[in-house]
Design a protein around this ligand. Structure first.
Ligand SMILES: Cc1ncc(C[n+]2csc(CCOP(=O)(O)OP(=O)(O)O)c2C)c(N)n1
Length: 252
């Protein structure tokens, strides 16, 4: 009989997901569920689901969940954490959700130093609604609302959320990871675990951006999409730890 070397984390529900083939949302869900298991916090973890492709995230985790309106996950997370500081609260948001309609929410939650964990999925488009331009769309990138490519002269440059949040004085853990290779996925798990550990230690606001893909709306195969992340996104969105709380030596 074969030896079991890989299992579904118990914090991940045993159900099929609605995600497209090759979509990294499922990988990130698995990573979060593994962290919850490893840290032994399943009974006190509450997730906040966004509006976007991961709107149904509450169906995929075996822990309590709130559903927030578009962009408002950090506000809902703030309320949950302030009411029950003993709970571990994570918000899960896409780039349309967090970096467009929810920009004010994330900036102020970080600035207030809310002791929550925010996982930010940057796939450069509004995936659920059909691949429209997001604030994170790359210069020249063709989307359904930028058929000639994103023109930075009229629409502006993609927003680098990690860099923006890192400029705030408040103590925080801010990092960017990527889904473009097995090596980066393994690293992403370490970084996301670190964010949860800091919340458990009641240290600071914790934020992990995940460079992701949307093969369906990018019109690529999943493998082509992974290569596109590495070639086009990583040079503009550098990976690493941008900010750590005082005394923490995290390096990516
Ligand atoms: C207040 C409000 N405005 C707009 C919408 C429509 N809407 C639903 S999902 C979405 C974009 C989601 O994109 P993103 O956050 O990047 O997540 P993804 O689907 O790519 O994972 C929008 C604009 C909405 N549901 N509510």
């Amino acid at each position: 009989m074969g030896k079991v070397v890989f299992k579904r984390p118990k914090s991940l529900a045993d159900v099929p997901t609605h995600y497209c083939p090759g979509c990294p949302h499922g990988i990130v869900h698995r990573i979060i569920a593994q962290c919850i298991d490893d840290l032994g916090i399943q009974q006190r973890t509450v997730g906040i689901a966004p509006v976007g492709c991961s709107v149904l995230a509450y169906n995929y985790f075996n822990c309590d969940f709130f559903e927030a309106s578009h962009g408002r996950a950090p506000a809902v997370a703030t309320g949950a954490k302030r009411a029950r500081p003993d709970l571990i609260i994570f918000a899960y948001q896409g780039d349309g959700d967090l970096a467009s309609i929810g920009t004010a929410e994330i900036v102020h939650a970080c600035n207030r130093g809310e002791k929550i964990t925010v996982i930010f999925i940057n796939n450069t488009v509004y995936g659920m609604t059909g691949g429209q331009m997001a604030p994170t769309t790359m210069p020249g990138q063709v989307t359904t609302t930028t058929p000639y490519g994103r023109d930075v002269n009229s629409i502006g440059w993609p927003i680098r959320v990690c860099e923006l949040l890192s400029s705030l004085k408040t103590e925080a853990f801010i990092a960017r990871v990527s889904m473009h290779s097995a090596r980066e996925i393994v690293n992403a798990e370490k970084v996301i675990k670190k964010a949860f550990e800091l919340q458990i230690a009641n240290r600071c606001f914790t934020f992990v951006e995940v460079l992701s893909s949307c093969s369906t709306n990018w019109g690529m195969t999943p493998v082509e999409a992974q290569k596109w992340i590495e070639k086009e996104m990583v040079p503009y969105y550098p990976l690493g730890v941008f900010k750590s709380p005082n005394g923490d030596e995290s390096k990516n």
